[in-house]
Design a protein around this ligand. Structure first.
Ligand code: ADP
Ligand code: MG
Length: 552
């Protein structure tokens, strides 16, 4: 808000409660608010990162390690802090992973910018330097990246495992990484120009509790969590004509609403007969089309259920809209919206199988489109966090397939880019040079925090890392489990280049946005102690989660 207000308004008549903070105070206020947010997720970074438990005002509990989930649930109401949350959201939308890194880098950029401002360097110079550095860093990411083929299962599995390490999915990460890679490969098609397109609409995730995560499976086709409407219905078909229906098999509403005057038992009978007739007619339309199975999004009348069972037709009612849409892909069948227009052409051939627990229908199309990842977890919380981890893995593997580039993880790419940025800084003149160097320092936050979160000596390890990169080892990164510098490519710690580019640019943009503000005009109370060096939660800015910054 303040950004818009600062431009070209000659006079502002402020209300009694209004507050105004300017210049350095404004910058300090904003920087500390943004840093507070960044610091609140830092402790979750990396394989040894901690989890957070988020409790809503209604008592719902989420236990997670996922940056964007934490920030979204934190209910932040400070406008500057919200800009940082937006970094996480953009990162999540664009890359599906790297949210914690992006937010942590944004916070570190602001911290280092603050030092420069204190040396009386003008914010414009800092912003310009950050822009130069961000652009150069992204060029270098591409330079450092390794090209990867969509058939390179080994590398894709490593990408999946790296994104799952430290998450709920970790315990069974080998099994799960394998499932994720096979799922993505199952929905990847090669475009005419030779590029690879991952069609995530053809990939469904179905979560179930009560079994260990290691029992998760990949199914070709759909898994529909529904029961037949009638117990006498058949449940397994090797080859069935399937109807997808979005039209109720019930007495039409107009008829129900019309008031009927019933003067005699005869008349009542006639009315009931009419209803029965109508239901019979609808069922006959289905029978005549040749359908063996009906997935209906709407309701099915009791009497119609009985008729359908007698005809040996399997019927499911109130199928979820998303399930019906997915079945449409799997079977290549249209969704019929009016029974009156139904013909045999609207049906598709598929196989139907009831699972052993009698809870799911497995549906497979003739020329199988679509796969379902059936995810198990022992409890609801476990399966929720597992799904978030798997979703990240799906995103990174699909990005890797379509983007075709990977990077060495464990802080390796950050140290390499920082080294190159420092060389580049020599060619930058004036005070911008200092900002480019500050940008390099900020990227090295990642290996530092990875080490810190693992309880390792961050300073020593960073010295070793820099030395390895100076000596030309661009894959040198941290193995937080072995407490040493390793070749991360050999260790299988790999990330997607796209997510890293995105993280660098959104962190830089957010930092610059905050730095540009030199005047805050607030209609209400700005209850904060600007310039809080601990980077703790900005006063009043964190809703109910006030004490979280740095404490967990
Ligand atoms: P983000 O939300 O940024 O993806 P994560 O908590 O997923 O945050 O941590 C990602 C970081 O952890 C990356 O820098 C990645 O290279 C690093 N990482 C993952 N696995 C390992 C490992 N085995 N050893 C060292 N670093 C790792
Ligand atoms: Mg991650």
């Amino acid at each position: 808000m303040s950004q818009r207000m600062q431009q070209g308004q000659p006079m502002i008549i402020m209300g009694e409660d209004a507050q105004r903070v300017q210049d350095k105070d404004a910058q300090e206020y904003n920087i500390s608010a943004a840093r507070g947010v960044a610091e609140s997720v830092r402790s979750t970074l990396g394989p040894k990162g901690m989890d957070k438990m988020l409790v809503t005002s209604t008592g719902d509990v989420t236990i997670t390690n996922d940056g964007v989930t934490i920030l979204q649930e934190m209910d932040i109401d400070n406008p500057t802090a919200e800009m940082v949350v937006e970094v996480a959201e953009t990162q999540e939308d664009e890359a599906g992973d790297g949210t914690t890194s992006a937010v942590a880098i944004a916070g570190e950029l602001l911290k280092n910018a603050q030092d420069l401002l204190e040396q009386d360097i003008h914010p414009t110079a800092v912003i310009k330097g950050f822009n130069l550095a961000s652009e150069y860093a992204r060029e270098q990411v591409d330079e450092v990246a390794t090209r990867v083929d969509p058939d390179d299962t080994e590398t894709l599995r490593n990408v999946a495992e790296t994104s799952m390490t430290g998450k709920g999915a970790e315990l069974d990460k080998e099994t799960l990484a394998d499932l994720v890679v096979r799922a993505i490969q199952g929905v990847t098609v090669e475009a005419d120009d030779g590029s690879h397109v991952v069609d995530l609409a053809n990939l469904n995730i179905e979560t179930r509790t009560g079994r260990a995560a290691g029992e998760s499976r990949l199914l070709s086709g759909a898994a529909i969590d529904k029961d037949p409407v009638h117990e006498d219905m058949p449940t397994d078909f090797e080859s069935a004509n399937v109807l997808l229906l979005n039209d109720p098999i019930e007495v039409e509403e107009a008829d129900v609403d019309t008031s009927v005057n019933v003067d005699s038992p005869d008349q009542l009978q006639k009315f009931l007969d009419q209803e029965e007739e109508q239901l019979r007619e609808k069922v006959d339309q289905i029978v005549d089309s040749g359908a063996d199975v009906v997935f209906c999004q709407k309701g099915i009348d009791d009497l119609a259920q009985h008729y359908l069972a007698k005809e040996g037709i399997l019927a499911v009612r109130r199928t979820k809209k998303s399930d019906l849409t997915f079945l449409k892909n799997v079977l290549g069948a249209p969704i019929v919206t009016d029974l009156d227009s139904l013909t045999a052409d609207d049906l598709a051939v598929g196989s139907i199988e009831r699972d052993d627990d009698e809870e799911l229908f497995y549906v497979e199309g003739e020329d199988a489109h679509g796969v379902t990842l059936l995810l198990y977890g022992t409890t609801e919380h476990v399966v929720d966090e597992l799904e978030r981890g798997i979703q990240d893995a799906i995103d990174v593997v699909s990005t890797t397939v379509s983007d075709g580039r990977t990077l060495p993880g464990g802080g390796a790419v950050e140290v390499e880019i920082a080294r190159r940025l420092r060389d580049y800084a020599d060619s930058v003149s004036g005070r911008e040079q200092l900002a480019v160097e500050a940008f390099a320092d900020s990227l090295e936050l990642i290996p530092r925090v990875l080490a810190e979160n693992a309880g390792l000596d961050a300073i020593d390890l960073l010295v070793d890392l820099r030395a390895a990169h100076e000596a030309g080892d661009r894959n040198a990164g941290l193995d937080v489990f072995a407490d040493e510098v390793v070749d991360t490519a050999d260790a299988g710690v790999v990330e997607t280049a796209h997510a890293k580019e995105q993280a660098i640019s959104s962190a830089a943009e957010a930092a610059n946005l905050v730095l540009k503000i030199d005047d805050i005009i607030s209609a209400g109370d700005l209850s904060t102690s600007g310039g809080d060096d601990e980077g703790g939660a900005p006063g009043g800015g964190m809703g109910g989660m006030g004490g979280m910054g740095g404490a967990m």
